[in-house]
Design a protein around this ligand. Structure first.
Ligand code: GCW
Length: 663
């Protein structure tokens, strides 16, 4: 071979291995020991400690490490300490899984360059859950990153290597419970055939400290049990669930329990038999109680019995306080409507003093640009913690954003949301900036010339989305069916009013916004006194929630001093400017990231900016028909026509998500 050819081969090898190394599949766990091995001392042999040892051997380059199983009154079961003594790192925890978490902490500190002194860590929540909305046919509800990870047809015989990679990623950020299937649950998941598949996954996840849960369909006794009713007061029904629980726990002794969506969006539930949510939840709780199982019962209900959807969960659940078994937790979405880019917190938090509550966040970006928009969600979740103190809850759930895409999340920055969710579930007081810093350094590079500007992009991104989609407390202006683009004009005959944008924005020639104050639906009364007073008064309600709580004339003066119409125009414009800023910053980052990732993010940011303009023009031109006011002259003019935008449609199935109007 001549020299040129050899050089060409070397060049090709370098290129292919480089791009392979950065296809995103390794997430934030991109470490290797560069040939150095460290001495690791273990208290005993076990599957979990073998994982810890492998991680250290693969990734740790520092001083020798000793893992110690030790009781410590300052530590919760998953807690740990790390100390450096006589040139050796001592990792100590009461449990093996605590030692695994300590191991990941140690390696993370090396990757991020954090100086390691004395560390004591305890998780804020005992149950840190990831909820999958995965269907048994391989599709994922509101999933934008490929198909479901679970290859049901192949299980239990064939095991994809991804299952363990998934478990490892979760363990590295402290997630310790997963719900495998969609809350719109197929009864089939409880068939013996499927339970054997679930068992296989549970066996794989166990050494990583992950407990397996399932979403169940309340009518399962009818669908797969041959019974004529699913009434929770029926003895046969109760027996069916008890027998089912026994079968599950025989296969999976540490099975976590059930997640239930009942009497919501057409799902069956106890109310079908005139029973309460408590009666339904308690029947399931009794079935899993002998095995220490938990029932997570969702409060996402909105029967159109009240004129305000935002009040429903509170109205239905608050009177039931004290009626739930002690192994039931009420799982409540962070806001009272549905995962909008900005909502006030749900007033159901704190309203059930005798019942365990947990929060459900949505990691998948159903309402924040799917896998096309860069929207770092930690600031949104942190906002929630300002109102609902972490100490008031013991469990937390996030709806996963991952699928079979090589990089797991579609958008390379979607990984940051999976990461941030886990880190916040461990410690809600970690700042969004610290988490972004950690993630960037582990995922890309520790070079500050990259980390500082890209961190700013991340930290600004969620507010950018709020601005270009729905500023000032506007919500649910989404297009029918896919929740991606704007359709404030949407009007589908015969559809539920509370699925229509006009139900939420209430724009007329007189004004805009949903009056939830005492002069309207009085949803403000569901909040504790101090907040009720703040939100109820149009003069004190924060600008960012004004149109959530109030209907105001177009010329109403905001706290900013502008009229509501002008302020809307400025916010929408600001959103577009912010999207442009994201593009500009990213363009300067080319030297620091591999080419494919650079180009992928660059093209997604272009789409994000176009979408931002589409949102701005769609909403402003539509609302202008009511306000009759001009867009302030110092702002950029719309580039689309309202009539054209009304004709845009989206090819959501192809995951291109681009309105045909400008594809
Ligand atoms: O946000 C809405 C989604 C539905 C989802 C539902 C829920 C799983 O649009 O797709 O169904 O909430 O949370 O139950």
């Amino acid at each position: 071979m001549n020299r040129k050819l050899i050089l060409l081969f070397i060049a090709l090898w370098v290129i292919t291995s480089f791009s392979k190394a950065d296809d995103g599949s390794r997430l934030w766990l991109k470490y290797d020991n560069n040939g150095k091995t460290t001495e690791v001392k273990l208290p005993r042999k076990s599957p979990t400690l073998t994982i810890a040892t492998n991680e250290l051997e693969k990734g740790w380059q520092g001083a020798p490490v000793e893992l110690k199983l030790q009781k410590n009154k300052n530590l919760k079961p998953d807690g740990y300490t790390i100390t450096l003594k006589n040139g050796k790192y001592i990792l100590s925890s009461p449990t093996e899984v605590g030692l695994l978490y300590a191991t990941y902490h140690l390696i993370r500190s090396q990757q991020t360059g954090e100086s390691m002194t004395e560390v004591t860590e305890n998780p804020a929540y005992s149950m840190r859950m990831l909820n999958h909305w995965d269907n048994l046919d391989g599709s994922v509800e509101r999933g934008y990153s490929g198909k479901s990870l679970w290859q049901w047809e192949e299980l239990p015989e064939v095991v994809s290597p991804r299952y363990e990679e998934y478990a490892r990623a979760n363990a590295s950020i402290g997630i310790n419970g997963v719900v495998l299937n969609n809350v719109n649950a197929s009864p089939e998941i409880l068939s013996t055939e499927y339970l054997k598949k679930v068992q296989r996954l549970a066996d794989l996840f166990r050494p990583y400290g992950i407990q397996t849960f399932l979403s169940v369909n309340f009518a399962s006794p009818m669908a797969i049990g041959g019974l004529e009713t699913a009434d929770p007061q029926d003895i046969e029904v109760q027996k069916w669930w008890k027998d089912k629980a026994k079968e599950i726990y025989t296969l999976i002794p540490d099975f976590g329990g059930f997640l239930v969506k009942a009497n919501s969006e057409g799902q069956p539930g106890p109310c079908d038999y005139n029973r309460t949510h408590a009666e339904g939840a308690n029947m399931l709780a009794d079935a899993v109680k002998p095995y220490k199982g938990t029932v997570m019962w969702r409060a996402f209900v909105y029967d159109p019995s009240d004129a305000d959807r935002a009040k429903q969960a509170y109205l239905e659940f608050q009177p039931l306080d004290g009626e739930f078994r002690d192994n039931v937790i009420i799982q409540i979405k962070n806001g009272p409507v549905d995962f909008q880019p900005r909502e006030p917190y749900s007033p159901l938090f704190g309203a059930l003093p005798q019942t365990d509550e947990m929060v459900e966040f949505q990691v998948t970006q159903e309402y924040l640009g799917h896998a096309n928009h860069l929207a770092y969600l930690a600031p949104m979740w942190t906002e929630f913690f300002e109102f609902v103190p972490p100490t008031s809850l013991d469990a937390i759930a996030g709806v996963a954003n991952i699928g079979t895409d090589t990089n797991w999340t579609g958008h390379p920055f979607g990984q940051a949301n999976w990461y941030a969710y886990g880190r916040l579930a461990w410690n809600p007081k970690l700042g969004s900036d610290i988490i972004a810093d950690e993630w960037l350094k582990q995922t890309f590079t520790t070079n500050e010339a990259f980390v500082t500007p890209v961190k700013k992009m991340m930290l600004d991104s969620r507010e950018a989305v709020v601005n270009y989609m729905m500023p000032l407390g506007l919500h649910h202006l989404f297009a029918w069916g896919h929740h991606y683009g704007p359709e404030p004009w949407c009007d589908i005959e015969g559809a539920r009013p509370d699925w229509m944008p006009s139900y939420y924005h209430r724009a007329t020639t007189k004004g805009i916004g949903f009056d939830r104050s005492h002069t309207g639906s009085n949803a403000t009364a569901q909040y504790p006194d101090s907040l009720r007073a703040l939100y109820d008064n149009v003069a004190t309600c924060p600008d960012e929630l004004l149109l959530w709580f109030h209907h105001v004339p177009w010329t109403h003066t905001m706290q900013s001093g502008r009229t509501v119409w002008d302020e809307l125009c400025y916010r929408y414009s600001e959103g577009v400017n912010q999207a442009r800023e994201l593009q500009k910053t990213w363009d300067e980052m080319q030297p620091y990231v591999d080419e494919d990732t650079f180009l992928e993010v660059q093209s997604k940011l272009k789409q994000q900016t176009r979408d931002a303009m589409w949102w701005r023009d769609g909403c402003l031109l539509y609302f202008q028909e009511f306000s009759g006011l001009p867009i302030p002259s110092d702002l950029e003019r719309p580039i689309y026509d309202l009539e054209d935008m009304k004709k845009f449609s989206i090819d959501i199935d192809n995951h291109t998500n681009a309105p045909h109007g400008y594809k």
